[in-house]
Write a protein that binds this ligand. Structure first.
Ligand code: NAP
Length: 485
């Protein structure tokens, strides 16, 4: 079993309380993965103080110097890819292939922002008069807090941390208690790459205590959060009184719309990947299949075939294509939603049960699940499950499909499968989602493109990822200079 500590001011430290907790492999709970400090407010305060002390020196470096450290970190992550991926699978449960992809993405994120260090800056703007220089300077914010979820335990910390550090901020990160190991490994890598002490601090512990301190401490000038709508909304309220900068990226209820003219083999494949991949534990996972009634039965049959072909098991085993739910409460929540859906009139077409054969009994495994005849207003069609559960909603027209897709209070990602270019273009205009896909999976994002939701999926004031991610982590100063005299 591994053992980790908090990382504060360049030192690895136990929690002030002296308490610890242990995480177990969700694919086999007989295996203890790692022990962690149960941090609280005192640890968060120490981390904020360390970040405050480190900030001026880090901010004074050029962006190119900071970028070199990020680029070096990218190389170190890539060199340790297989070891990091295995650790990720052991703690979070996704398959080794999925974990390897996430670690590679993390290396790419650091490489991307290392490159961005050469173009980070303001803009020169033509002035009305001669002999005037009008330009903007991009400056860091100060101490920035990051609060991250367990489902992408290295990529999400990375896509927040890299632009935050590039812009010259000092960072305190609180990773999800369910999977903090890989964030600690990332901190070690950044130290090896040359990050000065105190510029990055990691505090593991209770969301309410550690997260609560980060959300309310006046020294924290900006907070970027990814997680559930409930927690994100609460943090947003905590930041508002002091007008701290807020970036809240939250859940979704993502549709894949399948029109009658679609290639149904393609549609079934896209839904199976986006619905059951990553055990459905992706914020952009497809959970609603909104399909024109004339092809609903044919699509459903193809989707069931795909679901049945999925090999559920320990993600470290060759041939396994879907891992466990991350935890017992998550598994129980998924199974509960299957019950609720049936009570509300949906029919269970495939899956729906826990898997307990042989070694599976030691993990949180369930069958990929397809529910038919789901009503658009049923809870299963409106609430995020965050598991491998897909509901089929038959509709009579393209317009009805759009209305149903837009009827929920979140809007993260959406996909449409069609060969009709006109309808595809109308959909891109009318769909209420931050990420809009045509003939593609609702999951999967290009790290160089902006990402974020609309409605209750996001505060939607700043996008994550892509070159524009620096907007959240920096402020612009406008400079007027007269050299006419
Ligand atoms: P969560 O329960 O909201 O937790 C997210 C983070 O917030 C964790 O680090 C958690 O700490 C912390 N936290 C909990 N209570 C807190 C409080 N009162 N104050 C401050 N921080 C607190 O979400 P999750 O279960 O980890 O992640 C799943 C959710 O994330 C889903 O809703 C999913 O859709 C969403 N998600 C969204 C995106 C996106 O980009 N839009 C991406 C991935 C995931 P503890 O772990 O210690 O409780």
């Amino acid at each position: 079993m591994r053992s980790y500590q908090n990382f504060i001011g360049g030192e690895w430290a136990s929690a002030a309380s002296g308490q610890t907790f242990t995480n177990f492999n969700p694919a086999d709970t007989r295996e203890a993965v790692a022990q962690y400090p149960q941090g609280g407010r005192a640890d968060a305060l120490a981390a904020i103080a360390a970040a405050q002390a480190a900030f001026p020196g880090w901010a004074a470096q050029t962006s190119v110097a900071r970028g070199r450290i990020l680029s070096k970190a990218s190389q170190l992550i890539e060199a340790r890819k297989s070891e990091l991926a295995e650790l990720l699978t052991r703690e979070e449960g996704k398959t080794l292939a999925e974990a390897t992809g996430e670690v590679q993405r993390t290396a790419d994120i650091f490489r991307f922002f290392g490159g961005q260090s050469y173009v980070l800056g303001g803009q020169t703007i033509p002035h009305d008069l001669p002999s005037q220089l009008l330009y903007t300077r991009r400056e860091p914010l100060g101490v920035v807090a990051l609060i991250t979820p367990w489902n992408f335990p290295i990529a999400i910390p990375a896509w927040k941390m890299a632009p935050a550090l590039l812009c010259g901020n000092a960072v305190v990160i609180k990773p999800a208690s369910q999977a903090p190991a890989i964030t600690c490994e990332l901190a070690k890598i950044l130290v090896e790459a040359g990050l000065p002490k105190g510029v990055l601090n990691v505090v593991i512990g209770s969301g309410k205590e550690v997260g609560g301190e980060l959300a309310t401490n006046p020294a924290v000038v900006a907070l970027s959060f990814t997680g559930s709508v409930g927690v994100g909304s609460q943090i947003y309220q905590q930041l508002a009184p002091r007008m701290a900068r807020a970036q809240m990226e939250m859940g979704g209820k993502n549709p894949t719309i399948v029109l009658a003219d679609a290639d149904l083999d393609l549609a079934a494949r896209l839904v199976a990947i986006a619905g059951f991949g990553l055990t459905g534990q992706a914020c952009t996972a497809t959970s609603r299949v909104i399909v024109e009634r004339s092809v609903a039965d044919a699509l459903t049959a193809k989707l069931i075939e795909k679901a049945k072909a999925i090999v559920v098991g320990n993600g470290l085993k060759a041939g396994v294509t879907m891992g466990p739910a991350v935890s017992k409460p998550q598994l129980e929540g998924n199974l509960n939603y299957v019950q609720i859906a049936q009570q509300e009139g949906a029919s269970l077409l495939c899956g729906g049960a826990r898997l307990t054969d042989g070694d599976l009994a030691h993990g949180y495994f369930m069958q990929p699940t397809v529910l038919g005849n789901v009503r658009p207003t049923a809870r299963i069609a409106c609430e995020e499950v965050f598991g491998p559960v897909v509901g089929i909603i038959p509709v009579d027209s393209f317009d009805e499909a759009l209305a149903v897709a837009n009827s929920v209070d979140v809007g993260l990602s959406a996909s449409l499968v069609t060969r009709d270019l006109k309808k595809a273009m109308l959909y891109t205009e009318r769909i209420q989602a931050g990420v809009v896909k045509v003939n593609q999976i609702s999951t999967g994002l290009a790290l160089q493109a902006p990402f974020g939701g609309v409605k209750k999926s996001s505060t939607d004031s700043f996008k994550e990822q892509g070159a524009g991610a620096v907007e959240f982590y920096s402020k612009l100063k406008t400079v007027y200079l007269d050299y006419s005299a």
